[in-house]
Design a protein around this ligand. Structure first.
Ligand code: 13P
Length: 250
């Protein structure tokens, strides 16, 4: 049985004090998480403060990006070891905003995924189609290409330590959530891809989150689908009540 995993991607929002207050409010409610894993992913500058705010609680801290090299002359970048050093346990990689706004390729995402796994950080690897791709019935191909490209060279042991997030680009920040059936269809395709790439036992263990306009009101229907194992939450993770409502639904 896969443990549900709800992660809040705060993107480029909040300031140090509001980030700490939000993290503390999530940690304070952790007695009610039950069998749900929870993470918050603040902007990099606030990782250490947020890690302090949740320390001693089961809330994990994640980064929103990293670089694949370990050290050196890479101005502006952060390595996996640096993220671990400030208390991170996971890292969002290949988010659609990084792929589409910042031009990140599958190859770059793949290098980061391998570096994160080598260092012992859990990668949350995002895949998802644009509206034009969905309308052209390319969803399955796009998601498969992103999956194979981003996870190239990841072995079975590493795969079980990896989280996949299906985030249809058209549902991110738009209020247009994928229907439970639409999301489940892609999650089930991803599970089949995982079976082909690894085996049924490995595929059964890997958690696949859904992301894109998840709110307390739609979370239960999405999370009750057999292959939806959690959520990667943007806007609704910026308020304790809505984020905790989604955790409650899980
Ligand atoms: P929203 O929940 O704001 O649509 O964002 C989803 C997302 O991109 C999480 O990574």
């Amino acid at each position: 049985m896969r443990r549900p995993f709800i992660a809040g991607n705060w993107k480029m929002n909040l300031r140090r004090q509001s980030a700490v207050d939000l993290a503390a409010a999530v940690a304070a409610a952790s007695g009610e998480f039950g069998e749900v894993d929870v993470a918050v992913c603040p902007p990099s500058t606030y990782l250490a403060s947020v890690a302090d705010a949740v320390s001693g609680s089961p809330v994990a801290v994640g980064a929103q990006n990293m670089y694949h090299e370990t050290d050196g002359a890479f101005t502006g970048e952060l390595s996996a070891a640096m993220l671990l050093d400030v208390g991170c346990r996971c890292v969002v990689l290949g988010h659609s905003e990084r792929r589409h706004v910042l031009g990140e390729s599958n190859q770059e995402v793949n290098a980061k995924v391998l570096a994160a796994l080598t260092a012992g950080l859990t990668p949350i690897v995002c895949v998802g189609e644009t509206l034009a791709q969905r309308e052209a019935e390319q969803t399955t191909d796009v998601v498969a290409e992103q999956f194979y490209g981003s996870l190239a060279g990841v072995n079975a042991d590493q795969a079980v330590a990896t989280v996949i997030a299906y985030e249809p680009v058209w549902a991110i920040g738009t209020g247009k959530v994928a229907s439970p059936d639409q999301a489940e269809a892609v999650h089930s395709d991803l599970r089949k891809i995982l079976q082909n790439q690894y085996n049924a036992e490995v595929a059964d263990q890997i958690r696949i989150q859904y992301g894109g306009s998840v709110k307390p009101a739609n979370a239960r229907d999405l999370l009750s689908q057999p292959n939806i194992d959690g959520a990667l939450v943007g806007g609704a993770s910026l308020e304790p009540d809505s984020f905790l409502g989604i955790i409650q639904a899980a």
